[in-house]
Ligand binder design. Structure first.
Ligand code: OAD
Length: 252
């Protein structure tokens, strides 16, 4: 572990990245914080400091109060439609494109990586912009919000956001692909995640066990810091553009 609080990029880091051919980046709410999207575990402003997950982000909560759950997610969806990707999202795409093989894996449901131009994103926890029939589990195109929640046009069951709630499994294909990419990567970036929600939180450890270089970027130390080869306690929107510049200088 090499904790760094100086925003300059060490030459040794750039040199250790130069032989790497494949990269995986796992992102969490921290990368979108500088766009104005609240994180989950911030002490004052984090969503879980203000709202009880059990009342909003579980299948039981939806069953007992579908309107409240639907409206909370509609509020969050509105919030993310009003923000833009930040310098961290953009620089991360450029950093990843510098590797022959690369995979972006996110726990975020805001779609900001895609708006920033990411070519392929594994979404482990779903996406706020998509809607499912709660009974059939099939995707439903946006319907006029005639009710809260609206009814499935096919079977009349309430629609739900296509996000993973506590107690639910992650989408199997997405998880499989994330694990597979992680097992075979040369470098693994963990960016803006508290590393507390499994199975996503296992990925940096999987990468390390399989011999990858692990680089963490987070405002604060996390459980991932212990396994990281490099840990930078900085804003992603500050660190990632600097890393991108340093890699560009090295490659040209
Ligand atoms: P958290 O809110 O748990 O953690 C956000 C992390 O980002 C914290 O460790 C912060 O220190 C860090 N952070 C904040 N601002 C940052 C910045 N500008 N640059 C770098 N780091 C910053 O969010 P996640 O780890 O994404 O799941 O949470 C994981 C899952 O828990 C979420 O996907 C969500 C939640 O419950 C579901 O809803 C299923």
């Amino acid at each position: 572990m090499n904790p760094e609080s100086n925003p300059s990029i060490p030459d040794a880091l750039v040199q250790s990245l130069s032989p790497c051919r494949s990269a995986v980046a796992l992102t969490g709410a921290g990368i979108s914080a500088e766009s104005g999207v609240p994180t989950f575990r911030g002490a004052q402003t984090g969503l879980w400091a203000q709202y009880a997950p059990t009342e909003l982000a579980t299948p039981e909560a939806f069953e007992s109060n579908p309107r409240r759950v639907w409206e909370w997610y509609a509020w969050r969806r509105q919030l993310v439609t009003e923000v833009q990707p930040n310098a961290g999202h953009v620089a991360l795409n450029q950093i990843l494109e510098g590797f022959a093989r690369h995979q972006l894996v996110t726990q975020n449901v805001d779609g900001l990586h895609q708006i920033a131009g990411a070519s392929s994103v594994i979404e482990l926890h779903g996406n706020l912009h998509r809607t499912l029939c709660s009974r059939e589990r099939t995707p439903v195109q946006e319907v006029a919000p005639q009710a809260s929640p609206p009814a499935c046009p096919n079977c009349g069951s309430p629609l739900r956001p296509d996000v993973v709630w506590f107690g639910e499994s992650l989408p199997a294909d997405a998880l499989h692909l994330a694990i597979e990419s992680t097992q075979s990567c040369d470098v693994f970036f963990s960016i803006g995640t508290s590393g507390t929600v499994y199975p996503a939180a296992e990925l940096p450890f999987t990468a390390k066990r399989n011999g990858a270089l692990v680089i963490e970027v987070n405002r604060e130390p996390t459980p991932i810091t212990d396994v990281a080869d490099w840990s930078f306690h900085l804003e992603a929107g500050v660190f990632l553009p600097r890393l991108q510049e340093a890699l560009n200088r090295f490659r040209h």
